[in-house]
Write a protein that binds this ligand. Structure first.
Ligand SMILES: [Mg+2]
Length: 225
C-alpha cells in the first residue's frame, strides 16, 4: 500500500546531499583560510548552535541571515578568527545550500501533488521563515521545529506531533533524513518506513536497516514509486 505522508529532515537532507551543517561549515572555513581540524571545530559549531537559538531575534531570521549569524557566532569562538572572512565564508556555505535547494524544489513540488509532506527538524526556532525564503514553505502541510515544539529528534514526541498534525499513523508515513540516529533509527522504532540520505562511502550503523538509501534527494521519487 502506498504511504500517503512523507516527512523530511531539513539540514543536510533538503539543503545538501546527506552532509550535515558542521562538515559543510568546516569546509567553508578551511576554504577561507581557517586552520582548526574538524574535531575541535565541530565542538565550536555545537556552541554556536546553542548561541544562535538564544539570539533575541532568532524567530524571525530567514535562511541567509541564519547562516550569517551562525558564522559570526562561530568565528567568535575560533582562535584564528582574524584570518577568516565571515562574509565570504557565509556566502560560500549559502551558495551551495541555495543551489541544492533549487535543484530539490521541483522534486518536492511534484511530491506535494501526490503526498502530504511534513518536516521534522532539530532547528533554532525559525525554520518557517527559512522555508519561506527558500520558496519551500507552501509545500509542507506540517513543519515541526524542535525549538518551537520543545522536543528534539530522536525524541518520539516530535514525530508524534507531526503525525498528529497530518492525521497520519506512523505506518502510513515515510521519514527521509541524513542523520542515522535522529532521523532513521528514531522513525524506524516508531514503525515508519525510512529513507537514509547519505554519501555512498558512509557506513550504516548497526541495529536498524533503513527501508531505502539514496545519495541525493531527487532519488526519492524512485523509492516512493
Ligand atoms: Mg539533517
Amino acid at each position: 500500500m502506498k504511504s500517503d505522508v512523507v516527512l523530511f529532515d531539513f539540514g543536510g537532507t533538503l539543503d545538501a546531499d546527506g552532509v550535515h551543517w558542521s562538515p559543510r561549515l568546516h569546509a567553508a572555513y578551511r576554504a577561507e583560510g581557517g586552520s582548526l581540524e574538524y574535531a575541535s571545530f565541530e565542538r565550536l559549531v555545537q556552541a554556536a548552535d546553542r548561541a544562535l537559538a538564544r539570539l533575541p531575534e532568532i524567530r524571525g531570521l530567514g535562511f541567509r541571515d541564519t547562516i550569517e549569524a551562525e558564522v559570526r557566532l562561530l568565528l567568535e569562538l575560533v582562535p584564528d578568527r582574524p584570518r577568516v572572512d565571515a562574509h565570504r565564508m557565509s556566502e560560500l556555505f549559502y551558495g551551495e545550500a541555495r543551489a541544492a535547494v533549487a535543484r530539490n524544489r521541483p522534486v518536492l513540488e511534484r511530491l506535494a501533488r501526490r503526498y502530504r509532506l511534513g518536516i521534522v527538524s532539530n532547528f533554532s526556532g525559525n525554520l518557517v521563515p527559512c522555508l519561506e525564503e527558500l520558496g519551500l514553505a507552501r509545500l509542507f502541510a506540517a513543519v515541526s521545529d524542535s525549538s518551537v515544539i520543545g522536543a528534539a529528534k530522536p525524541d518520539p514526541r516530535i514525530f508524534a506531533e507531526t503525525l498528529f498534525a497530518l492525521r497520519a499513523a506512523a505506518e502510513d508515513a515515510w521519514m527521509v533524513g541524513d542523520n542515522f540516529e535522529a532521523d532513521i533509527r528514531a522513525a524506524a522504532e516508531l514503525g515508519m518506513r525510512t529513507c537514509w540520505v547519505a554519501p555512498p562511502e558512509r557506513a550504516a550503523p548497526a541495529g536498524v536497516v533503513p527501508t531505502a538509501r539514496i545519495t541525493r534527494l531527487p532519488d526519492i521519487e524512485g523509492v516512493l514509486e
